[in-house]
Design a protein. Sequence first.
Length: 240
Amino acid sequence: MAYKYILKKLKNLIYPSVCPLCNEIIEDRSERICDECKADIPYISSPLCFKCGKEINDADMEYCEDCTKKPKSYIRGFPAMNYVSPVRESVAEFKYHNKSSYADFFSYEILKTHGREIAEIAPEALIPVPVHDKKLKIRGYNQAAVLAKRLSVPLGIRVDEDILKRSINTLPQKLFDPEERQKNLERAFILTEKKVQYKKVMLVDDIYTTGATIEACTKMLKASGIKEIYYTSICIGKGE
Ligand SMILES: [Zn+2]
Ligand SMILES: [Zn+2]
């Protein structure tokens, strides 16, 4: 018993658990975030847009302004938190600074807020939004795939990283006006199989901002014959 205790203490010293929201060391390793940050999680509060899952001001509205103006091809989205501080900084760490361990906290929050709905929808596969190979080599991992894998086990849904890939041959978005940007983004994704066996899938990404990426992926997946596409993300931008 004492040996185990010492081992645990030692492990904590060598690999201390760090709060993904404030970077302080967490004493109790069974906790995902520190006590102070628990009260600061920027959850999305009702009323929500029935399409993208964003907070809206008017409870009588079905969709947010963005989804009203630009109809979306996916069925419904399930973001867990608002893309504001401290989640904003935490996601940037997760994405660019090798903090793949933060995926535990993010996947936990997605499951806590939307796990039941996702289980009820029962998608046949979780499809992480792909990054290009070049970026993958620099970062060493695709944060969306790391997240999808953490969600996969408790949900009992497989992760498919193969059917959707990112092409390297796209032109910079700044060369295009807003309408052409969407088309350019659609050219950024490639289907590796022409006909896919799934009927219902869920895209997984870290941040949903304008929704252009999820829309581009949805269009590609629909072209392969998949009828129902949903998405989930760690967070969603509050603005348009
Ligand atoms: Zn904290
Ligand atoms: Zn919306």
